[in-house]
Design a protein around this ligand. Structure first.
Ligand code: ADP
Ligand code: MG
Ligand code: MG
Length: 875
């Protein structure tokens, strides 16, 4: 097998399509070389070699070294100089580069090939100051990267020498002083008990080893874990002739983007340093200047650079991030790759490239990532680096965005501030359904407990509201109204900022920038819809949610959680509590009669907002005790007694009856309406009365009624019979007939296993996979308790992802696949969709597309993300 690929002199063994084997850097260096750009000659050792190296006990595989020597000979021929030859020395850079770009995560060594003899030859040829500047840079980098001598030890020497010489900048040191610095650097090696290899070939061999080793460094591993990068072989090693930006004032080095990566504006964007080497720019040793200053300083090289950037952008058909060096007025290209960009930048660039005729719409759709769209839909912080000193803690990034407001600790205060036009951050130990009002009123939510699928997080995402949850260091004293975090104590009314994208908690008012929804996004999203086949619906519980969903492009409502309507005003929740506390059917019926108009009103609003589109309504799902108030038992009892008119003993008795050991597997879902048929009947009546009234007014209503938590055919049959009876009654009463469907959630594994029965004799007209519960029951992980062990599981690699966020395709996915096939086998017209958190997760959306589902339903704010993911899955 070929392990070494050379490039230079207008030729190359490899090309841009070989990223897997050559790494991104190596593949693009080859490509740039063969399209005729001036790239210093070099060779790339493959990523496969890295894998072999590690499997081989940190040794190069047989024959590899000889291939590298042959590659070196090519470089020497192309450059007309020789490694280790004092009269005409070749110097090398040894650079890492994996298939996926991981900026700065692995190692690079520059100026390799210098030693005590070669440096004198270089000094004679190219000047003493330049030669010793290169040598001291090499000793420092080589020590740090290859020999394990800390960079800080070299830093200390250069700092004290500069002090002694009274100079400020590194490049103000003169030749004599640099000679002295080299002596001191050599003493750093001695003190560390390490021998610096004088032999250039030995330097090259050890540098290549170090680059391979950096594949396993902690930072590289962490970066890959955070970014979900899996399945790479290793890093390539690029050995390349050095070109020198540190040869005086006609030399320099820089980095530029072909367009502005923050805004997408079509203008060269970058930075430049005169008389410097690459790492000076990146590591911030000197403050670089705007790329425009290069126009005056080095006009010819600048013109060349502009020409090259335009050529590269046309060639790669995407915005490029480019590294270059100018040596004595001549430009060299050192790297190009697709540039990382913000959401706003991504959308503008995609649209502009289409308008310039450079790419087609399908390609544009692949250039924007779902997370880019996500970013665009939330307000942003103006300057994330600017608030670093004020970060007092970090929690889970539960719902993205930026929020700034005054700290409050309870719902009434939040609602009060909101009503007075003020912004607040709701801080709670954890949230309960009772907090929904406060959450709605707040700009953002911070909790000490709860994971990414906690109540607060789910609701916040549904509203596009910033949320940081599970901030375990956070101490909250709700009663005395203070919090403490990171050694800072804040009281009610103090300002706090939350970054829901990173999980950072920031004291004070960080500055915000509005979400950048503009014309470009609309244009782009219309292209997205040209390509997707999967429909995107939204989970919406209120007419306002439904309207937001529609504005964001939803094609219907895939989930109305009827219980969310119960929380609303104080009167509603009191009526619900009367219903729950009732021990006599007649009392329960009386309470339900009072609830009916509330429910009917909400359904009416949703039908009208979704005119012409399907609305999927789920009957009551959560266990009844979730509607009881929070707090100390005696307070609850007193409140309930006052609310319902029962005496306290009765209340206590009823609460004891309602309490469950394991509510998630308890008295919930269709089990409620089967046990208390009057509950289901009230809900069905509210739906049909609203539907008939809306239809009478000319609204096109398409209700789909969904029975939750079905595990057996008989359960579904029981509920279907009830729903159809009520429908017939209401149609007769109103003289209006509405078309509707009855279907079920598939969220209990048994229902998935027996989907042929559910769709067959069960008569389900549609399935909606409730992937939250289906995941919970398939894994046997309680969604509310998973945060106790999930972090450990992720850390130890027992799970790759949180299965409540990214669908477990292997397990839960195969249940879904089986259920779809069995269900459609029994009823070819069966409509199949999903309505869980996963409906808005791009990787999961791709899976649902592949398995032939008809639609996904997600929170209104994630609709554009799901639309994009669905289009990308179809392309
Ligand atoms: P990273 O992946 O961290 O960006 P690179 O391999 O790109 O690492 O190297 C960092 C910097 O070193 C480059 O931006 C460039 O300025 C400098 N550099 C790399 N190779 C050479 C070379 N052959 N000649 C001059 N400078 C180089
Ligand atoms: Mg680089
Ligand atoms: Mg469920």
């Amino acid at each position: 097998i070929k392990r070494v690929f050379t490039f230079g002199g207008g030729e190359a063994d490899g090309n841009a399509s070989m990223k897997t084997l050559l790494g991104g850097k190596g593949a693009n260096l080859a490509e740039m070389s063969s399209i005729g750009l001036s790239v210093p000659a070099g060779f790339t050792v493959t990523t496969e070699t890295c894998k072999a190296f590690h499997e081989n006990g940190a040794k190069l595989p047989d024959g590899c070294w000889e291939e590298m020597l042959a590659g070196l000979e090519q470089i020497e021929t192309r450059m007309g100089s020789k490694l280790g030859d004092p009269s005409n020395p070749l110097l090398l850079s040894v650079r890492s580069g994996a298939a996926v770009s991981m900026p700065g995560m692995m190692d690079t060594v520059l100026n390799l090939g210098l030693n005590d003899v070669v440096v004198e030859g270089l000094a004679e040829k190219a000047g003493e100051k330049f030669a010793f500047d290169s040598y001291r840079r090499f000793l420092d980098m080589y020590g740090d990267v290859v020999m394990g001598v800390e960079h800080a030890l070299f830093e200390r020497e250069i700092a004290s020498l500069k002090r002694e010489c009274g100079v400020v900048n590194d490049n103000d040191l003169n030749a004599v002083q640099l000679r002295e610095l080299v002596k001191r650097y050599e003493r750093v090696y001695e003190t560390a008990g390490v021998t610096f290899p004088q032999e250039p070939l030995e330097q090259m061999r050890l540098a290549a080893y170090a680059v391979f080793d950096s594949w396993n460094s902690d930072r590289a591993k962490k970066y890959m874990a955070i970014n979900g990068i899996v399945g790479l072989e290793g890093t390539a090693v690029n050995v390349q002739a050095m070109v020198f930006g540190n040869m005086g004032d006609t030399s320099g080095t820089g980095v530029c983007f072909t367009r502005n990566p923050s805004t997408g504006e079509n203008l060269l964007y970058g930075e430049y340093l005169v008389n410097a080497q690459g790492e000076d720019v990146v590591a911030g040793i000197r403050t670089p200047e705007d790329i425009l200053t290069m126009k005056n300083a080095l006009p010819e090289a600048y013109d060349d650079l502009v020409r090259n950037t335009q050529l590269l952008e046309k060639h790669y058909k995407d915005m490029q991030d480019i590294e270059f060096t100018v040596q004595e007025g001549k430009l060299y290209m050192l790297q190009t790759r697709s540039g990382k960009r913000t959401g706003a930048g991504a959308v503008k660039i995609a649209v502009d490239l289409v308008e310039a005729g450079m790419i087609d719409r399908a390609t544009a759709v692949t250039l924007v990532e779902p997370t880019h769209v996500d970013q665009l839909l939330h307000p942003q912080f103006k300057d994330e680096a600017g608030y670093a000193a004020d970060v007092i803690g970090v929690g889970l990034p539960a719902s993205p965005g930026a929020a700034v407001g005054q700290v409050v600790f309870d719902t009434p205060t939040a609602e009060d501030l909101h009503a007075r036009g003020k912004k607040c951050i709701l801080v709670r130990v954890e949230t309960s359904p009772e907090d929904v009002g406060g959450m709605n009123a707040a700009e953002g939510i911070l909790t000490a407990r709860g994971g990414m699928t906690s109540h607060a997080a789910v609701v916040a995402r549904g509203w596009g509201k910033t949320c940081v949850s599970g901030c375990s260091e956070l101490v909250v004293d709700e009663e005395n109204r203070w919090l403490s975090l990171g050694g800072v104590k804040l009281h009610e009314g103090d300002w706090l900022s939350l970054n829901g994208t990173t999980g950072e908690v920031i004291r004070g008012e960080a500055e915000l920038a509005p979400p950048a929804i503009g014309g470009d996004l609309d244009v782009f999203m219309s292209w997205v819809d040209e390509f997707r086949t999967l429909r995107v619906l939204a989970n919406a519980d209120t007419p306002e949610d439904a309207t937001t969903a529609r504005v964001n492009g939803a094609e219907g409502v895939g989930l109305v959680r009827t219980e969310h309507m119960f929380f609303g005003t104080g009167e509603r929740i009191r009526t619900v509590r009367r219903m729950i506390m009732a021990t006599l059917t007649s009392d329960r019926q009386a309470a339900l009669d009072d609830l009916l108009p509330f429910q009917r009103g909400d359904f009416d609003g949703i039908f009208r907002a979704m005119d012409g589109m399907p609305v999927t309504i789920r009957l009551l799902d959560p266990p009844l005790h979730e509607f009881l108030p929070d707090g100390e038992l005696d307070e609850i009892v007193a409140l309930l007694a006052a609310d319902t008119g029962a005496d306290e003993d009765e209340v206590v008795e009823r609460i004891e009856k309602l309490a469950e050991i394991n509510p998630m597997l308890g008295f919930r879902g269709c089990r409620l309406a089967i046990t208390y048929p009057e509950i289901g009947r009230m809900q069905a009546r509210a739906i049909f009365e609203a539907a008939c009234a809306a239809q009478k007014d000319g609204v096109v209503v398409k209700p789909d009624i969904m029975v939750p938590l079905v595990g057996t055919v008989a359960e579904l049959q029981n509920q279907t019979r009830m729903i159809r009876e009520i429908a017939a009654t209401v149609f007769e009463e109103t003289g209006v007939t509405v078309e509707y469907r009855v279907g079920t959630m598939i969220e209990i594994p048994r229902a998935a296993l027996l989907s042929d029965q559910i769709a067959g004799e069960g008569g389900a007209e549609f399935f909606s996979f409730g992937t939250n519960d289906l995941t919970q029951m398939t894994f046997g992980y309680s969604r509310d308790d998973v945060s106790k062990f999930l972090p450990t599981y992720l850390e130890k690699g027992i799970l790759k992802h949180d299965p409540f966020q990214v669908l477990d395709q292997e397990g839960v996915g195969s249940l879904i696949e089986m259920s779809v096939n069995k269900g459609r086998g029994a009823n070819p017209n069966l409509k199949v969709g999903i309505c869980g958190e996963h409906g808005g997760d791009p990787a999961s959306v791709e899976f649902f597309h592949e398995k032939g589902l008809d639609y996904v339903s997600c929170s209104p704010f994630r609709v554009p993300i799901a639309r994009l993911a669905a289009a990308q899955a179809a392309l």
